[in-house]
Ligand binder design. Sequence first.
Ligand code: S3P
Length: 230
Amino acid sequence: MSRGGKRGKGRPTQPPAPQGSRPAGGASSGARSGARPAPGARRPPAASRERVPMELARPVFFVGFMGAGKTSVARRLARQCSVAAVDMDSYLERREGRRVKEIFADVGEEGFRAIETDVLGELAAKEPLLISCGGGVILREENRAILDEGGFVVYLRVTADEAASRISDLSTRPLFDDLDAARARCEERLPLYEAVADVTVDTAGKGVAAIAREVQRLLEKEGVLCRQPR
Ligand code: S3P
């Protein structure tokens, strides 16, 4: 599914150095594909041979229910394309100096949502990044407007049952209390995820690497992820 009607915008600010990410155009140990190795030179390992330095024409937001694989897929894609990725919740926790579950305990869901909106706006205004969003980012209309404005939204679809089997520590997710409630929440949010999505990727039965490759192909096709000129 693709709407493809949005246009990218220039982002004048410098990219951050988010944890676990690498800046666009950063050093890549991979050989250029197609380049012949010098006689006697050792070929780089297959994983680094696959890396082609690329750049993002606009921010890419990963949305989907908790456990959809947003963070893992964004990180994987960042590595394989040498672009920067940031996880919204980790960024928010560093900025606030508290864990998400502590924020929920201190100021409740509404308080958390207000911080989340602020962080989303902050990240969307930076140089284009791969941004893995918290699962509830689609709940507020103002967030949906930010997603819609100049970014490209990848919806990773997952069922609550599959999500539950993927999340190793459910105590870090204050809103994934029990499976029945999670099923209802997932169902309830479905139209909102679909409304913001530029593309939807079904994650059922797929591993992170396969999903990241699929997303890469889609982003290249849409002109959002482009090979850097040599
Ligand atoms: C939430 C999802 C979490 C986190 C918070 C609320 C939600 O992020 O933002 O616990 O409302 O779905 P992940 O989707 O990364 O687990």
